[in-house]
Design a protein around this ligand. Structure first.
Ligand code: SAM
Length: 525
């Protein structure tokens, strides 16, 4: 689909390129500390840096003008903006609804949209785009409206980093907002369908797609899976409106974060139905919140949703990254909606949140990642039991610059490989240790033998897996030459234990190291 205002958008693209309106240019203008302040919604340091720059140069620059207007949300003189957007012009910018309309008498022009550069490194390389979204609280000077269209936030970056980027035919981005996930998916999918319940969001997303040169994204209006009924996709990604919001009079319902259901029902809905829209072998990746009640642990509830699923039995991997007490949860989201603490309104909303949680017996709220995969009858793992992995990984992640997506794919490959092999086949296979894995040994002072050994994963989830002498020795000997069985045999001799018993003890542990991509098979299939 091409945007109806294609020529204007092309003019904007050309002006932004000529101005060098990039992430690094902005950091260069005001420095990393001012960048960090902006992330905390504070623009004073950045503004002071721009003023200083103009004083030094004796003039403004196009990037400084665009940054002041579209990133800091402040008015600028029309003549300066005309200089920064020579091809688009003020009239064009107003037609694209980036600025308010300007007359000759006006001394300043105000932004009506946020427009900022965005850069990333993903599994396909580095990239740099511009993202239009609604003005945020900082630019508006007050809370955002209930129909606010979000820019790229923390959750957006989390999901785009998690996205598995293997080539696929068709991908779905459910709840596309400004279109950020759809554009990431459009880098590896031949075609992408991006849906949203908000027509305004779809307009903005379509503008962003056009601005950044994407022609393979189709935009559809509708709730949840309605716009794609009867279709299947190789990949579904969704950063859905998962924030738990009291359904009470006078509590704002922000479209960008609240799906209008009670408690965590929207996350449950997405999880229970995503597989209906997956092609065989297709993968759905989403973010979500789940409630911990008096009676049930959050991940147990999520497991129950999977059991209740009316659809196919799917592979499921749920990773809980954080749990918040309900007080902290309420505070976070009331503040996020633009209500400041210590105000009567804040206290009123706080009460509404706690009433809602109390009513349903909720004590804490978990946050995490959900990955579902529809089985593929044609694959070698089709006969294996479905993957059902629910785990709490609350610690820091490992350091992988291009996100977790590649790691997730590698773990699924490792799982499929081991799940499709009998113990005898696994024993006759050769493995290697992943290059990001090191072993840490702890000794009591004066002892020659370690008292504890830990395998540390440098990337991925930064797992720390305690291992005993036998497993540590096996992992250390996995050099791609000796088979697992041969290593077990040699170890049994060395440790003077029964070879069969040692193998029976170690093979399940080897399987789980393959699931975590700590050990890797030397043959792919
Ligand atoms: C948290 S935002 C995510 C935006 C974007 N995908 C991202 O990752 O930044 C959730 C989006 O879901 C949309 N949404 C809300 N309710 C929806 C529904 N019932 N069906 C589809 N989309 C919905 C909102 O309008 C919003 O754009």
């Amino acid at each position: 689909m091409t945007h109806p205002q294609r020529d204007l958008i092309a003019a904007l693209r050309s002006d932004l390129t000529a101005a060098g309106f990039t992430v690094s240019a902005l950091s260069g203008l005001w420095g990393q500390d001012a960048d960090a302040a902006l992330h905390r919604n504070q623009r004073v340091p950045a503004l002071r840096a721009l003023t200083q720059l103009r004083r030094t140069l004796g003039r403004s620059t196009p990037t400084a003008t665009l940054a002041e207007l579209f990133v800091l949300g402040l008015p600028v003189p029309p003549a300066l903006l005309a200089e920064a957007l020579p091809t688009l012009g003020l009239q064009g910018a107003s037609e694209l609804r980036l600025i308010s309309s300007v007359s000759e008498r006006d001394e300043s022009v105000r932004p009506t949209a946020d427009l900022r550069p965005y850069s990333f490194i993903d599994q396909l390389g580095v990239g740099s785009w511009w993202i239009v979204s609604d003005l945020g609280e900082l630019s508006l000077g007050h809370a955002v409206g209930e129909d606010h269209v979000l820019g790229v936030g923390g959750a957006s970056l989390t999901l785009s980093g998690l996205m598995i980027q293997r080539p696929v035919e068709a991908a779905l981005d459910l709840g596309t907002g400004c279109g950020i996930q759809a554009m990431h998916a459009a880098r590896h999918a031949r075609r992408v369908v991006a849906t949203d319940i908000s027509a305004r969001a779809l307009d903005i997303a379509a503008l962003n797609a056009e601005l950044n040169g994407f022609e393979n994204i189709e935009f559809r209006l509708g709730s949840l899976f309605e716009p794609v009924a009867d279709e299947t996709f190789d990949q579904i990604v969704s950063n859905p409106p998962f924030v738990i919001t009291p359904r009470a009079e006078g509590v704002p319902s922000y479209e960008y974060r609240d799906g209008g259901m009670v408690g965590d029902a929207l996350v449950q809905h997405v999880m229970r139905h995503a597989s209906d829209y997956l092609a065989p072998g297709g993968i759905a990746q989403s973010l979500g919140n789940w409630e911990y009640t008096h009676e049930k642990d959050g991940l147990d509830r999520v497991n129950g949703w999977l059991d209740d699923s009316p659809a196919l039995v799917v592979d499921a991997w749920v990773i809980e990254r954080d749990v918040q007490h309900i007080f902290e949860y309420a505070e976070t989201w009331i503040r996020d909606g633009g209500t400041t603490p210590a105000s009567p309104e804040f206290d009123r909303l706080y009460g509404a949140w706690l009433n809602d949680f109390e009513h349903r017996g909720v004590e804490r709220v978990g946050f995490g990642y959900v990955l579902l995969r529809r089985p593929d009858a044609a694959s070698s793992v089709a006969s294996a039991a479905p993957l059902r992995r629910l785990e709490q990984l609350h610690g820091p992640l490992g350091g992988s610059g291009s996100g977790l997506g590649a790691h997730l794919a590698e773990c699924l490959d490792g799982h499929d490989w081991q799940a499709s092999r009998s113990d005898a086949e696994l024993a006759s296979s050769t493995l290697v240790v992943a290059s990001d894995v090191t072993v840490e040994r702890h000794y009591w002072p004066g002892d020659d033998d370690p008292t504890a050994m830990i395998l540390r994963q440098g990337g991925g989830f930064g797992r720390q897996t305690p291992v005993d002498t036998g497993l540590a020795a096996l992992v250390g000997a996995c050099d791609g030459e000796l088979s697992v069985g041969a290593i077990c045999g040699a170890l049994a001799q060395l440790l003077s234990v029964d070879e069969r018993a040692l193998e029976a003890e170690l093979l399940p542990l080897v399987r789980s190291l393959l699931d975590d991509a700590i050990l890797l098979p030397t043959t792919a299939s």
